[in-house]
Design a protein around this ligand. Sequence first.
Ligand SMILES: *[C@@H]1O[C@H](CO)[C@@H](O)[C@H](O)[C@H]1NC(C)=O
Ligand SMILES: *[C@@H]1O[C@H](CO)[C@@H](O)[C@H](O)[C@H]1NC(C)=O
Ligand SMILES: *[C@@H]1O[C@H](CO)[C@@H](O)[C@H](O)[C@H]1NC(C)=O
Ligand SMILES: *[C@@H]1O[C@H](CO)[C@@H](O)[C@H](O)[C@H]1NC(C)=O
Length: 353
Amino acid sequence: MARRTAVFVFAAIVAVAVLSGSAAANFTCPPPGFSPFSCPSLERPPEPQDVLHLKPGNIAAVMALGDSITAGFAMQDGPLEYRGTVYSTGGDDGAFTIGNFLSHYNPDIKGRAKGETIPLTKAGKGLNFAVSEARVRDVPGQIQRLSAKLNSSEYADVKDKWKLLTIFIGANDICECKSMTADQFRTQLTEALTMVHQTFPKTFVNIMTIFNISNVWDVKKDRLYCQAAVPILHECSCLEANATNRQRMDDLGMAVNQVTREVAAKFAALKDPHFTVVVQPAVEDVALDKYPPSIVQDLLSDLDCFHPSLCTDQGFAVGVWNNMFTPPSQKKNNIDPLKPPKAYCPTANDYIQ
Ligand SMILES: *[C@@H]1O[C@H](CO)[C@@H](O)[C@H](O)[C@H]1NC(C)=O
Ligand SMILES: *[C@@H]1O[C@H](CO)[C@@H](O)[C@H](O)[C@H]1NC(C)=O
Ligand SMILES: *[C@@H]1O[C@H](CO)[C@@H](O)[C@H](O)[C@H]1NC(C)=O
Ligand SMILES: *[C@@H]1O[C@H](CO)[C@@H](O)[C@H](O)[C@H]1NC(C)=O
């Protein structure tokens, strides 16, 4: 992206942050009945025979690639990327994240990110190299930068050990519903995963499918502040256009999820003992529109009415974590961030899947 655009976007973000002071939340997060992560420890497992026999204690590093959702943009309502609480690789003390859950089974785990970053950075934090506004075509650049960081002395001890990589990409692609096609997505995702396969041996890849972004529109409609913020931030052009375009965006989203399944299956079929790609559909059918407006607004950032809130990210964490111990045909795809299930406690016989 041109530097001028980046500066403009950042200025817009700050302007909206100032406006958002008036957008108070009426909600408790975590929601009532939420259970903190509390599981018995397990003995450190021996080296697994292959990628299909990984236990939580085998994971030496967590890594992430993606867009602003994985960068944690606006999650805690300020104009920052809250990487420390991102569902996959967040490493803030006490944060409800997969990286922190895994540290329970391997206290030496690396790659978790703490704290915040300035929006649109490409420098990553920890081993989270997501970049806000990224499309699937931007993932190869992220892989290159992640690889360079993993090659640094800081990660020398984990580079050749087992790694969990979570990829969540496609939301910005479907926002370009007039130019993007599912076929282009297939080509670009295949390229990206081929590069991941070549670059990161001993890696289990979680690939996320995406939810209907158009549901976000209904939230905006009911809030004066959001009506102003969404067009200023201009985060998703098809969302702002009209109902025809929003429908196109949802249709493209569903086609992209189908493509993601097909591409992941091709990599799994390689039967590489050191590499696999598994679809994690935890958030695919989250139906934001089924909540009353006074509630759903709290599932989204108060800053931009668009990105997941901290509470929603916590729901993502438990949804994906539980799916990681569930066979493909039984994985859940409709996590309810307001009534998240208890985090599953893996037993000595469970493998990551
Ligand atoms: C990281 O090191 C590997 C060799 O272990 C090399 O193939 C790869 O190109 C390096 N990555 C970067 C970005 O330099
Ligand atoms: C929706 O917006 C697009 C431009 O983005 C326009 O071409 C189209 O005619 C509009 N459709 C309707 C039904 O207004
Ligand atoms: C997503 O959108 C499509 C098309 O509009 C619709 O058929 C589907 O039911 C939606 N899913 C959810 C979970 O809202
Ligand atoms: C806040 O929540 C309470 C209880 O759920 C509800 O009665 C009230 O209308 C809400 N206020 C706003 C401003 O949404």
